[in-house]
Write a protein that binds this ligand. Sequence first.
Ligand code: IVH
Length: 679
Amino acid sequence: MNVDTGVTARLASLREQLHHHNYLYHVLDSPEISDEQYDALMTELRDLEGEHPELVTPDSPSQRVGGSTLTGFDTARHARPMLSLDSSARPEDLRAFDTRLRRAVAGIGGSPDAIAYSLEPKIDGLSAELVYEGGLLARAVTRGDGVVGEVITANVRTIRSVPIRLRSSLRPVPAHLAVRGEIYLPIQDFDEVNEALINEGKQPFANPRNAAAGSVRQIDPKNTARWPLTIYCYDVLDGDAAFATQSELLGALADWGFPVNQLNAAATDVDGVLAYFAGIELRRDDLAYEVDGVVVKLEDIAQRERLGATAHHPRWAYAIKFVPRQEVTQVLKIIAGVGRTGVVTPVALMRPVNIGGVTVSRANLHNIEDIERKDIREGDTVRVERAGDVIPQVVERVETGDDRGAPFVMPSECPSCGTPLVRRGPYTLCPNSFGCPGQLVGRLTYYGSRGGLDIEGLGEKTVSQLVERDLVKRFPDLYDLRAEQLVGLDGFAERSAEKLAAAIDASRTPTLPRFLTALGVPEVGPAVARTLARRFGTFERIRAASVEELDAVDGIGEVMAGHIHAFFNEPHTARVLDDLLDGRVSPLPEETVPLAGEQPFAGLTFVFTGAMAGFTREAAEALVQALGAKASGSVSKKTSYVVAGERAGSKLAKAQDLGVTVLDESGFLALLAEHGAAL
Ligand code: IVH
């Protein structure tokens, strides 16, 4: 057989398998192979592609960027890096930019007194790249990390203002074109979307930007289509088209049918820029979309190319931002509130004040260190800021109150459940994660959310009602609910009550990593959850692990180990977990884990080298460690076994030199089987 045909066929088969398992895992959430098996396929693919780089295809699963795939979207590299902008809210910084730029223009032989700026409202949305081939929308990609983003073509197709076919009546259509624009959700629609989400029992979005981001990243384009997203385009990243100026570029985009902001303008100096900026700020509240400033770009595109960019920003553009909206008012009282993650936060109750159209009477004081630094007490007059739609913040003390209270002291017990509070850095925490009523709604909501066990219908609004009506007093009560009890909750009739009851029922056998994530163990996100699951195998063993055992896991440091251990050993939490596991939830252990408890490899040291079909090196090391052995990176006389996979190198040679026992993969498997490790 021709070797190349063999390699090509194997590559095709590996890609097919990986695509399939990706889909099962990320989209359907029902994997058919273990993580180790998946990793082994990926290792083989990467190795083969490494030997035959000419055979790498852009759609190869190896071309995904680590981390981004959790969402189920493919990733793609941008035509050119999508940079962000240097920015400031201070006019003097804009002047400094102007001076720098004129000097740089002179430096490349241009005329510093003859420059012009394009001025564009800076929309607070989501940057995306739209790629057109032969005039047709071929691909849409989120900005991602600026170099690689997520492919969201199907979702972007549902945005009515995005042309699917470029208009050709005014200007010839280039064969290839990559355009950058800002996808956003108009403010009015944002309010409506949030209302609808609340009615469906789902979590509302914090601001229009998050709503837009959430919407374009829906797995099912039908969900994106429900929300009236739109776009303004402002840049050409790549393509068979050349422009002399930004205005010409914007004109061309409009000719091809892209929405281009009508408020875009031009100026020749800083005063002109600031006048435009002031005008936009005046109209800010009347605009249909969130604007957070003005983007200033050098008009001359040839000069831009020569000026280039720093690692993050083009040297030829700048964003001048609006100063956040602030007002001054008086602090009447400072209280401590428990948040949904157990963090106890000082909150200022204030004389109500109107900030940019919203009446504000509570503001966040963050944590005890922050209050102490700002020295804010009851009776003081403070400056309060409302930035975007986040909770208002106390920025600083403006005036000391006449009848100034004593410095605020954090309570020593949780205001909601009375448990003694613990200090973690600047934060104060109620450790009663699962027994504290102040945390119950938040924890349950997270448990049922998409990032948790994805219990359809168990949104915040529903959880709040369950808790208010005493249907759920403790976390495990969730699993004792009957459909009849749900009928009559807001938005629930018989059918929907049955559906929610069924969804709760279906969540009784989550995979171990998902369950860990859903519980909201401090610092345990999906990646750490998987590591823990691989290392310990069962929930019980993770719960029982000592700080030292947790600390010994790759990727878990001492501090994190301490937090995880404290979480599981808090007495109320432990009781809630006992009840949860007592016939209510049975997390499914990972496939490739040793049987409970035994340490048949205690005292042995393993070294892994080369590629194995069934394990990544990390997985193999975790496995022998779980069985009591040490895994080492280098071979010595003390090494018990060297396990050599394909293309093993110098470590194999050294083992042979030293007379250390060498196993191949099947020998390793046999050794595992001999010691009763379940695979
Ligand atoms: S230009 C090299 N123009 O603001 C070009 N950005 O940090 C860089 N934005 O990530 C971007 N409206 O998401 C540009 N008219 C506009 C914009 C705009 C909104 C966003 C974009 C970018 C961020 C700047």
